[in-house]
Design a protein around this ligand. Structure first.
Ligand code: GMT
Length: 388
């Protein structure tokens, strides 16, 4: 049976700019707003986690660098902090976002605690924890073990569930719970933000947000953006959670420096989303693509590659346009089609917003997580306890 009070939940995630940490933070905020007690455990405060909110706590993990260690270890101190937090606050559930190393640390924490005080461990897979690290012989067996011994597993798309079952031969049920986005009201007007960016009313503003890691294929994005200029001039806003300077030479070579505006580590993302007209995403792999959903919430359709879980988010031709990965000419054609046709762009944008507000919205997805928590909490444990 679930407890006859709100849940006490520990969440561990990456605190930096990145989809898994953003989703984990939003989930914690939504759960706390619904009366549950949420304890975040990580090496830094998640960047979108406000201070002073009721029922929201943050417990930092301290990492010592011992002379003997060539590489600092995070997994063990994280597991100890999770076990301490669980013991001191009576956690019902530890929810680990992104398997490596969070799932393993959460399981260690669970195993350190005596049987009657052990939280259930749920791991949410976000993407490269399966698609990249799952293939790595140095990680794959540990990830598979963590999934085999967790109390519950979720994945953010059907695609990621199938990839996890295929690559890691996981036989246990994996619950698909898509991502959600609950946009805050922008603090500035669209006109104000466009003025700051130097974009006139007549210009079309493309939008891209990501951590710019190689999987995002930002090089392809720049090439497509450069090629579109001769057919349908436009500007590009990049909300970067990674090293944008790495692309400086390429931007100069392509002659597009004055067409691109960059903002780094932005927290007031809504201010910029409302200013954009068209999303542009060129990833070679993506389990969901939170950036597309964030744009959809502001009636901004996207042109993107048809990879991974993206077709579960974007309905091709209805809420955006999808193009085969590697087809730069196809990307350019799709961009031109939507840049030059504001009526079609607006129609796709309206459908995108409707989809974001019905399918990927907090009330739907947070309720799904809560149903899953109740089911996992009520199921029998199959492990002996530790002695902490
Ligand atoms: O798996 C990753 O690459 C990390 C993760 C992140 O922290 O940015 O991204 C993944 O999780 C996001 C949130 O669930 C998804 O929207 C992204 O599609 C996914 N990234 C990949 O699959 C490459």
């Amino acid at each position: 049976m679930p407890p006859d009070r709100p849940f006490k939940i520990g969440i561990t995630c990456y605190p930096s700019v990145g989809g898994s940490g953003i989703l984990a933070t939003s989930l914690g905020l939504e759960l706390a707003a619904r009366g549950h007690e949420i304890h975040f455990v990580s090496y830094e405060r998640p960047f979108r986690l406000p201070t002073g909110a009721p029922r929201l706590f943050f417990h930092p993990v301290e990492i010592n660098s011992y002379g003997l260690f060539k590489y600092p270890d995070y997994t063990l101190p994280l597991s100890v902090k999770l076990a301490e937090t669980s013991r001191d606050f009576g956690l019902d559930i530890i929810h680990a976002h992104y398997a490596v190393p969070h799932a393993t640390a959460a399981l260690l924490a669970r195993d350190m605690l005596p049987a009657h005080r052990r939280p259930k461990v749920i791991t949410t897979l976000h993407g490269t924890d399966t698609t990249l690290l799952g293939r790595d012989p140095g990680y794959g067996p540990a990830i598979r073990h963590a999934l085999d011994t967790a109390d519950g597993i979720t994945a953010v798309s059907d695609f990621l569930r199938a990839e996890t079952q295929r690559l890691l031969t996981v036989k246990r049920p994996i619950e698909v719970i898509h991502n959600f986005f609950n946009p805050q009201t922008p603090s500035r007007s669209r006109a104000d933000v466009r003025r700051e960016l130097g974009v006139s009313d007549e210009e079309v503003l493309l939008f891209h947000s990501s951590n710019l890691r190689p999987v995002k294929r930002f090089d392809t994005l720049l090439e497509g953006f450069a090629r579109v200029q001769s057919r349908a001039p436009c500007k590009l806003l990049v909300l970067a959670g990674g090293d944008f300077n790495a692309f400086s030479e390429e931007i100069t070579r392509l002659g597009i420096r004055d067409r691109i505006m960059v903002r780094e580590n932005v927290t007031a993302i809504e201010d910029y989303l409302q200013a954009a007209d068209l999303g542009f995403f060129t990833s070679e792999s993506e389990s969901f693509c939170l950036g597309i959903l964030e744009a959809m919430a502001f009636a901004c359709p996207s042109v993107s590659t048809r990879v991974g879980g993206i077709p579960e988010v974007t309905i091709d031709g209805e809420t955006g346009l999808l193009v085969s990965p590697g087809d730069v000419e196809g990307l350019v054609d799709a961009l031109v089609a939507l840049i030059t046709d504001p009526v079609r762009r607006a129609r796709l944008g309206a459908a995108a917003r409707a989809r974001a507000q019905t399918t990927f919205t907090a009330p739907v997805i947070v309720e799904h997580y809560l149903r899953y928590y109740r089911a996992v909490y009520s199921a029998d444990s199959f492990h002996d306890g530790g002695g902490m």
